[in-house]
Design a protein around this ligand. Structure first.
Ligand SMILES: [Zn+2]
Length: 260
């Protein structure tokens, strides 16, 4: 390893620590999250192909109850983008349960269990994977990095547009008291509202911290009425189906042009 790389590795390590610190603060030093963080090992590799964007993944050692996050970093990527990638992996810690007692989607709408995602089907039977966990991790990563002093607005905007984050925003805003996460300073916000004389908190993220997607659905229906979560999912489907159809149409148009 060259000296230059060594300096860069130190910089990356510092960035990882910075992102972790930001999470701790925004989660009011949540004990569960902190414990998971203390059991997380990170390894960094520099990407050899400088044309490829940085990426990462998280693995869990069930026996040891430890986590390993592997970062494949392209030094050509901006600090903001790398911070988003780091923050995305840390966000996964929120969804991983120590004891596997309950998973985020412990009760799927189709009666299935064990998914960490809402996977739905197009009318032709194809699955489309709007994986809720991935989507929320992106949303959370955006939130965390946008609070950090070095964050570059242009990079954040590009990330927002390319990751359909508006869907997570709809979901977040669908909950009673529906303050968007982006308007909050904290993820698990508990605060006293003088006007309403009540304690408000971010129920959505609280459910996620408790690893209960079932609670999220129950809460949604308590506020919005019976069967509304199904309706919400149907709307979700419609949007994705129409997008899929649009893509198909574009594809067909292109084909036609080629033929002409
Ligand atoms: Zn992910």
């Amino acid at each position: 390893m060259t000296i230059e790389n060594d300096t860069y590795m130190k910089e990356l390590t510092r960035l990882i620590k910075k992102v972790a610190k930001e999470y701790k603060e925004r989660l009011h030093s949540n004990l569960i999250f902190n414990e998971k963080l203390s059991k997380t090992h990170c390894e960094i590799k520099l990407k050899e192909d400088r044309l490829k964007t940085s990426n990462a993944y998280i693995l869990r050692n069930k026996l040891k109850n430890e986590y390993l996050i592997h970062f494949d970093i392209n030094p050509m990527d901006s600090e903001t983008l790398i911070a988003i990638i780091i923050a995305h992996e840390f966000a996964h810690l929120l969804f991983k349960n120590h004891n596997d007692l309950m998973k985020i989607s412990d009760l799927g709408l189709d009666g299935s269990t064990g998914y960490t995602a809402i996977i739905r089907r197009l009318p032709n039977g194809d699955k489309y994977g709007v994986e809720l966990e991935e989507l929320l991790c992106n949303y959370l990563a955006y939130f965390i990095v946008s609070k950090m002093e070095f964050s570059d607005e242009k990079v954040l905007k590009k990330f927002w547009n390319s990751h359909n984050l508006y869907i997570a925003d709809i979901l977040q805003n669908s909950f009673g008291g529906g303050k968007s996460l982006l308007e909050c300073e904290y993820i698990d916000e508990y605060y006293y509202s003088k006007k309403d004389r009540k304690i408000e908190y971010n129920y959505f993220w609280n459910c996620i911290l408790m690893f209960s997607f079932h609670n999220v659905m129950m809460h949604f229906e308590r506020i919005m009425g019976k069967q509304t979560f199904q309706k919400f999912c149907d709307l979700f489907d419609q949007k994705n189906i129409s997008e899929a159809e649009e893509t198909l149409l574009l594809f067909r148009e292109k084909k036609e042009k080629i033929r002409v």
